[in-house]
Design a protein around this ligand. Sequence first.
Ligand code: UPG
Ligand code: MN
Length: 747
Amino acid sequence: MEDDPTTRRRRSSALHTADRWPITPFNRLFAPIYLLAVLALLYRHVTNLLVPATSSPSSFTTTLALLVADLVLAFMWATTQVFRMNPIRRREAVENLNDVVAEEGELPGVDVFICTADPYKEPPLGVVNTALSVMAYDYPRDRLAVYVSDDGGSALTLFAFVEAAKFAARWLPFCERNRVVERNPAVYFGSNRGHPVDGEVEEIKTMYESMKHKVEHVVEAGKVDDQFIDGPKEQEAFGKWSDKFTKHNHPTFIQVLLDSKNDKDVDGHVMPNLIYVSREKSSTSQHHFKAGALNVLLRVSATMTNQPIVLTLDCDMYSNDPATPRRAMCYLCDPKLGPENSAFVQFPQKYHGINENDIYAGEFQRLFQAMPMGADGLCGPHHVGTGCFFRRRAFFGSPSSPVAPEIPEVGPDHVVGGSVRSGSVLELAHRVAECGYENQTSWGSKMGFRYGSMVEDLYTGFHLHCEGWRSIFCYPEQPSFLGDSPISFADVLIQQSRWSVGAFELSMSKKSPLFMGIRKLGWLMGLGYCHFSFWPIWSLPITTYAFLPQLALLNGVSVFPKVSDPWFLLYTFLFLGSYLQDMLEFTTVSNSTFRRWWNEQRIWTVRGLSCFLFGGFDFVLKSLGVSTKGFSLTSKVVDEEQRQRYEKGMFEFGVSSPIFLPMAMAALINLVSFGFGLGRVLTGGWWNVEGLVLQIVLSGFGVLNSVPIYEAMVVRRDPGKFPARGSFAAVVVSVVLCSLASVMFSF
Ligand SMILES: O=c1ccn([C@@H]2O[C@H](COP(=O)(O)OP(=O)(O)O[C@H]3O[C@H](CO)[C@@H](O)[C@H](O)[C@H]3O)[C@@H](O)[C@H]2O)c(=O)[nH]1
Ligand SMILES: [Mn+2]
C-alpha cells in the first residue's frame, strides 16, 4: 500500500491509548459529600467566633487559629480533587511507530541536555554513566547529540567525559549487539543478573574499571595530571584551564568530544555527538542556576545541531530503557495529536535505592505519578525538571504566535551550516554562552526556561501551559529513568526547603496560578497548579494541629466537640474520610504497601514542621532582600555506613540542624500531653474527659508518628542518632512553649 498522508494518519491512531482509573466514579461522588462536611465545619467555626460559648480571649484565639488552619486544609483539599476528576493512564504501542515513520531517517533528531554543577557533590563518574546510558539509546545515532552542561566549570568533569568518549566506542556497539537493557555501565557491571561472562564482557569490564579508576583518581587528586593527558588534542583542551578559574569565575569552555560526522565506533558505525559545555561565569552576573544553564544549552545546541526535540536530564537520572525515545516519539510524531497538544512528554521521576518502606517518602508517588496522571486528563502533566522530551519550538512563544530570538541562529528554524567542529560554528557557540549574552533579550521571560523561581521546572511548565501548549504523561511499566534519592534526612529536608521557596516564588508572583492560572487554564488546572505552588502552606495547619490541641489538653481546655455532641461525628468523618480515601488511592493506584502509605503520611506531617516552615521563612527573607541563598545542590555522594543504616530503615539525623527542632518539639509535647490525657482517663474515667477525647486521640497519633524521633533521641547510639545538643534545645524550647501556653490559657 502507498504510504500517503491519509493512510499514515489513520495508522497513527494505534500509537497510543488511554485508560481511566477504576476508582474515578467513586472519587467524583465522594468529593461533593466531603465538600458539604467541610462547609459544615467552617460554619461551626464561624458561629463559634461570632456567638462564642465563653467570652475568654484564649478561646477566641483558639477558634480563630483552628478556623485559619481548616481554611487552608479546605483549600488544599479542593486543589487535590482536581487530580481525581479525570485521571488517565496512557500506553504506547512502540511497535506501530514504524508504520507512521516509514524510515529511520524520518525520526526527529534529539538533543539531550545533561546538567551538572559540582564535581564533588555530583561525582563525574556518575554524570558520565548517565551520558553513556543515553548515548546508547536504540535510536539512529546520527540523530542523537548529547550536551553536558558543567556549571562547576571543572576540568575534572571534562576529563571524565574525555575518557567516556573513548569508552563509548566500545560500549555502544556492545550494548546494541547484546541487546543490553541496563545501558548505564555501572548498573550493568554492578548487577549480577546472569549476564553472559565471555571474553568480550571481561574485556569491556576491564576497560570500564580502568576508566573508573582514572576518573576517581583525578577527582581525588583535584587536578588532571599530565600523565593522564593523551596527545596534543587533549593537551590543548586542558590547557585552557588556569588555576585562577573558579566555579563562579571562568570563560566559556566548549569541547566537541565526539562528532557524528567523523567519529566511528569499533565496528565502524557513526557515534552520536558528545559536546561538553561550561558557560562563562563571572561573579558580577546573574546566572539563574539550572534554568540559566539550560538556556545556554538551548542556544549552543541551536548553533551546533538544532534538532527539533530536546531531552532534559539531571546528571543522576540515567536511562533504564533504551526504547525511551521511541516511546516519546509515539506522541511527538503522532500527526493526530498536533504539536500544540504535545509540547512536552514528561516521564515520571523514579529512583533507585529507595529502602523497602520508603521512610522519607522519597518516592513522591503523588507528585510524580498520581497527580501527573490526573493532570494528563486535563491539560497535561506539570514539568518535573528531568526525563522530559520537549519540542524545541515550545520555548519560542505560544503555538500561534512565535517569538523571534535576537539572532536567527539560536531559533528553532535555523539550519546549521557546518560540522560541529568547524571554526565558525564553534565561534558562534562560544558567543551565545557568554554571561552577558542574555542582557536585553527575552531569554528567561518569554523564551526558554523561565527565570524567577527555584523550581524552574514547575515554573516553566506552568508558563508553557498558560501560553496554550499541552503536555503528555508517559508512564511505562518499566521505569524509563532512574535517579538518586537523598538518604540523609537533613539533605531530604534541605532539598524540599528549596522546593518550598521555589513554590512560593510561583504562588506569590504576579503570574500566580491563583490568578493567571485560573484565568488562562480554567478552574480545574488553575487550582491544580495552586496545589503545587501553595504546597508549603500545609505547614500552617500541620503546625497548628501538632501543638495547639496538645497544649490546650495540658491545660484541660477542650477545643473539639464532646463525644456525645453530634459535631463529634463530623470530625470523625472528616478525618477518617480523607485518610481512608488517601490510603485506598495510594495502595491501589500505585500498587504500594500500607507501610509505605503510613510512612508517607508521617513525612507529610514532618515536612509541615520542617522544610515547609523553613522554606516559608527563607522565602520571606529572600523577598525582603535579607537572604540571597542560592541553589543548594543535593549531594549524590553515598556514604557506605549511612547507606547501611538507611537500608535498615533508620532515620539519618546525625548533624545538629535547626530544621529538626520543631519536629522534635512536637514529638515531646505530644508525648507529654498524651501521657497527661491518659493519666486523667485513668484517674477520672472516660466520662471525666469527654470533651478532651479527640485531643487525646490526636496526641496519641502524634506520638505514633514520632516513634523514629524518640528512638533517635533516646535509644540509638550510632552516628545517625539525634544529636544530644538538638535534644537539649528541643526540651528547653518545649518547656518555654508550655509555660507560655499555660499563661495564655489562663485568660
Ligand atoms: O546552578 C545549578 C544548580 C543545579 N544544576 C543542576 O540541576 C540538577 C538538579 O539539581 P539537584 O541538586 O539534583 O536538585 P533536586 O532537588 O534533586 O532536583 C529537582 O528539583 C529541581 C528544581 O529545584 C529540578 O530542576 C530537578 O530537575 C529536580 O529533579 C542537577 O543535575 C544539577 O547539576 C545546575 O546545572 N546548575
Ligand atoms: Mn536531584
